[in-house]
Design a protein around this ligand. Structure first.
Ligand code: MSP
Length: 658
C-alpha cells in the first residue's frame, strides 16, 4: 500500500521588499508541519515561493531603476537565503515568473473561458495598489481598502470577468459540509457571512500595466494578480501535464493544506475554490488562517520603520531559538506578539534552563555516578513509574495538537515531561542515592528514565528545531538511527549500555542585558552622525563635546511640557504582563496613557496618585490603545525596582512642572 500523502503550502510572498519575522512565522509553521508528517512516515510535498507580478512590483522596480525581473531576481535570492538560514526544507520554490507558471495559468484561464465562465465587460471600481485588490463601493470601509485601510483609486477599463456569482451557492454548500475547510472556526463564519451577503463577479484582467501574464485570448490584457498567484499551488505539481506529482499530491491526496495569514483568507477560501470548481479540479482540504505577529506598537510596516529582520536574529540567537519562539508564542489562529526581550526570555527559560539543563545535569550525573554509561533499569518504585508513565503518555496529545496545527500546545505537552524531569531529579536526589550502595537499583532507574525522557522529548521536538536533535543525540551517545526516529517514540527503548558524550550546553544562557543593550545603543549613533554633518567644524566639535556629556540647552529642555496628572482609573492591558492602561485627569482634560509599570504597581494602589507626565508627546498606539503621553518614573539599571514620580502637595492636576 502506498504511503499517506501530505501537501502543504505557504503563501507566495511579494518580492517588493525583504521578508520580515512575520513572514518567517508562516514558513516555519509549514516547515514544521511538513517535517512532522514526514517523521510520521507520510510522503510530503512542501511548497513556498514568490508572487512577482503586478503594478506594485512594476513601480518599485522602476523606482530602483531596474527591470521588474532584475529587481525580483535580487529580492527572491534573498528569500531563498533566508529560508536556508532558517532550516526551511521545501520541496519546491515556485516563482510566478517561470515559464511553467505562465503555461499553467493560461491553461486554467482558457479552460474557464471556453466553459463560458469568463466574459469581457467594462470594469468600474476601486483598486488598492498595495493589496493588488479590486473592491466594489460596498466593500470599502469608510471609503478605504477593507484589508489595509489605505486610500483606493477609482478605475474604469475594459476587463475580463469571472462568473464567481454562479458558484456562490455551491461554495456555501461545500464549506458547510466540510467543517475543516476553513480553520479556525471564526474565519469560517466570517467567510460564510461574506458569501451569504452576495458574491459579485470578479475582474480578472487589467490593461493599465504590463507586468503580468498575458490573457491567452487577448494580449492587450494581463491576468489580474490573484488569479495568477493562487494558481501557483497547481503549477508546482505539474498540473500543466497533469503529471505524476499532480496525481499524487492533488488528485489522490486528502491532506492538502494551505497556510495563510488572516488577511488573505478571503482569496483562498472564496476565489480559489471557485476557480477550482470552474476548472473541474478538486478543492483542497484545509485553509488554515493564522493571526499576525505584532509588535508592541502594532503592525510591522516599512513606513513605521519597525520591521524586524529575521536574518539578524538568526545570526544572533540561532535558527532553532527563533523557530521555537515563533511556534511557542503564537496563540492558535490569533495574533501574537514579538519583542526581542520576550525572545531572550523564552530562550533562557525553556531552552537553556529547562531543556538544556536537563541534558547537562543528566549526562553529568551519568558520567559521575555510572561511569558515563546509561544504566539498565532493573526495578522501579512508584515515583519512577509515575514519571515514566507521564513521559510515555504525551504521544496522543502531541499528535492531536500537531494535526490540529496547535503548535504551542504540542510544545507545552513536551514541556510537561521536560519540567517533570527536572523536578524528578530534585525529588529523587541522585547525589544522595549514589552515596548508598543499597540504592544502586533506584539510582539506575532514575538515570535511565532521565536519559530516555530526553531522547523521547528530542524526537518530539525535531520538527520544530531541526538543528538541535543532532547535538542532543550526540551528547546522549545515541548514534543508531532507529533510536532517533518516530518508530521508537514509545518510552522504554533499549538505550542501556550506551556511553554518553557530555559537551558544552546546547543552549548557552543569553546574557539578556548584553544582548538587548546592543539594540539600545545603535540609535543615538545614527542621529549624531546626521547632526554633525550640517554644522561648521568648530560648532560641531563643541556640539559633539556637549553631546558626549549629554548636555542640552534650556530651550531644548522646555520643549518638553511636563504636567501634573491625577490617576482616576487603572487596569491591566489584556495579554500583556507589563502594561497598565491609566485614565488621567489633567486639569480639565482627560487622557489615557499606557505605561509599562504593571510589574511594579497593582492597578488599585494607583488610584488618586498625582504623577508627572510628558504632555506634548506624540500619541502612540500600544496594543491597539492610543497612549496620549508618557509618565515619569525612576528605575534601577536592572529595571527590578521602579517608582513613579509623584507630587506630595495637593497642587491641582494640570499644573505645569519645570
Ligand atoms: N502574494 C500574496 C499571497 C499570494 S498567495 C497565493 C501576499 N503576499 S505578502 O508577502 O504580502 O504576504 C504573505 C503572507 O505573509 C500573508 O499570509 C500575510 O498574512 C503574511 N504576513 C505579513 N505580515 C505578517 C505578520 N506581521 N505576521 C504574520 N504574518 C504576516 O499576500
Amino acid at each position: 500500500m502506498s504511503n499517506k500523502r501530505f501537501y502543504v503550502t505557504t503563501p507566495i510572498y511579494y518580492p517588493s521588499d525583504k521578508l520580515h519575522i512575520g513572514h518567517a512565522l508562516t514558513t516555519t509553521m509549514a516547515d514544521t508541519l511538513s517535517r512532522y508528517k514526514k517523521m510520521l512516515g507520510y510522503d510530503t510535498f512542501f511548497l513556498t515561493g514568490s508572487d512577482e507580478h503586478g503594478q506594485k512590483i512594476e513601480k518599485t522596480a522602476a523606482q530602483a531603476g531596474m527591470k521588474p525581473i532584475e529587481y525580483t531576481d535580487k529580492i527572491v535570492a534573498g528569500f531563498q537565503e533566508l529560508w536556508k538560514k532558517l532550516d526551511i526544507e521545501y520541496d519546491d520554490f515556485i516563482r510566478t515568473t517561470e515559464k511553467r507558471h505562465y503555461e499553467t495559468v493560461s491553461k486554467i484561464f482558457t479552460k474557464i473561458y471556453e466553459k463560458g465562465d469568463i466574459y469581457k465587460s467594462e470594469y468600474e471600481g476601486f483598486y488598492c495598489t498595495p493589496c493588488e485588490s479590486f473592491f466594489t463601493e460596498r466593500q470599502l470601509e469608510e471609503g478605504h481598502c477593507p484589508d489595509c485601510g489605505r486610500k483606493v483609486d477609482v478605475v474604469r477599463e475594459e476587463s475580463y470577468f469571472f462568473k464567481m456569482s454562479k458558484y456562490a451557492d455551491d461554495l456555501i454548500a461545500y464549506i458547510e459540509s466540510h467543517p475543516h475547510f476553513i480553520r479556525p472556526e471564526t474565519r469560517k463564519n466570517e467567510m460564510l457571512s461574506f458569501l451569504k451577503s452576495g458574491l459579485e463577479d470578479l475582474c480578472v484582467s487589467r490593461t493599465t500595466f504590463d507586468w503580468g501574464i498575458p490573457v491567452p485570448i487577448d494580449d492587450k490584457h494581463v491576468i489580474y494578480v490573484w488569479f495568477d498567484a493562487l494558481t501557483n499551488y497547481l503549477t508546482a505539481l505539474d498540473y500543466l501535464n497533469e503529471g505524476e506529482l499532480y496525481q499524487k499530491f492533488w488528485q489522490e491526496n486528502d491532506e492538502i493544506v494551505h497556510l495563510v495569514g488572516k488577511d488573505i483568507v478571503r482569496f483562498h477560501t472564496i476565489i480559489w475554490p471557485i476557480i477550482l470548481m470552474a476548472a473541474d479540479i478538486k478543492i483542497p482540504d484545509m485553509v488554515f488562517a493564522h493571526g499576525w505577529l505584532l509588535l508592541d506598537g502594532g503592525k510591522m510596516s516599512k513606513s513605521k520603520g519597525n520591521v524586524v529582520d529575521p536574518t539578524a536574529l538568526i545570526d544572533k540567537y540561532g535558527s532553532d531559538a527563533i523557530r521555537y519562539f515563533l511556534l511557542r508564542e503564537m496563540p492558535f489562529g490569533e495574533d501574537g506578539y514579538y519583542s526581542e526581550e520576550a525572545l531572550v526570555l523564552r530562550t533562557n527559560t525553556d531552552l537553556a534552563n529547562d531543556y538544556g539543563n536537563l541534558l547537562s545535569r543528566t549526562t553529568s550525573m551519568i558520567d559521575k555516578f555510572c561511569g558515563g554509561i546509561i544504566p539498565e533499569k532493573t526495578s522501579e518504585d512508584d515515583v519512577d513509574k509515575e514519571f515514566a508513565d507521564l513521559a510515555g503518555d504525551i504521544k496522543e496529545a502531541y499528535v492531536a495538537n500537531m494535526d490540529n496545527l496547535q503548535f504551542g500546545k504540542a510544545l507545552q505537552e513536551v514541556w510537561k515531561i521536560i519540567a517533570r524531569g527536572n523536578k524528578y531529579i530534585e525529588e529523587s536526589a541522585p547525589w544522595a542515592l549514589a552515596k548508598d550502595e543499597s540504592k544502586a537499583e533506584k539510582l539506575n532507574a532514575v538515570m535511565y528514565n532521565l536519559a530516555e525522557t530526553i531522547r523521547v522529548a528530542t524526537i518530539y521536538l525535531s520538527p520544530f528545531m531541526p538543528a538541535t536533535p543532532a547535538k542532543v543525540f550526540d551528547q546522549l551517545g545515541i548514534d543508531e538511527l532507529g533510536l532517533k526516529s518516530w518508530d521508537s517514540i514509545d518510552f522504554g527503548a533499549a538505550i542501556q549500555g550506551i556511553k554518553v558524550r557530555r559537551k558544552d550546553p546546547i543552549f548557552p544562557r543569553i546574557d539578556a542585558k548584553e544582548a538587548l543593550k546592543v539594540e539600545e545603543t545603535q540609535e543615538p549613533k545614527k542621529e549624531s552622525k546626521k547632526d554633525s554633518k550640517k554644522d561648521s567644524k568648530k560648532e560641531s566639535k563643541k556640539e559633539a563635546a556637549e553631546e558626549g556629556a549629554n548636555l542640552i540647552s534650556f530651550d531644548e529642555f522646555f520643549k518638553t511640557e511636563l504636567k501634573v496628572a491625577e490617576i482616576v482609573a487603572a487596569e491591566k492591558v489584556e495579554k500583556t504582563d507589563k502594561l497598565l492602561k491609566l485614565s488621567l485627569q489633567v486639569g480639565e482634560e482627560k487622557r489615557i496613557i499606557v505605561a509599562g509599570i504593571a510589574l511594579h504597581y497593582a492597578p488599585d494602589e494607583l488610584i488618586g496618585k498625582k504623577i508627572i507626565i510628558v504632555a506634548n508627546l506624540k500619541p502612540a498606539k500600544l496594543r491597539g490603545i492610543e497612549s496620549q503621553g508618557m509618565l515619569l518614573a525612576a528605575s534601577t539599571s536592572d529595571k527590578k525596582q521602579m517608582t513613579l514620580l509623584t507630587v506630595d502637595s495637593d497642587i491641582p492636576s494640570g499644573s505645569k512642572v519645570g
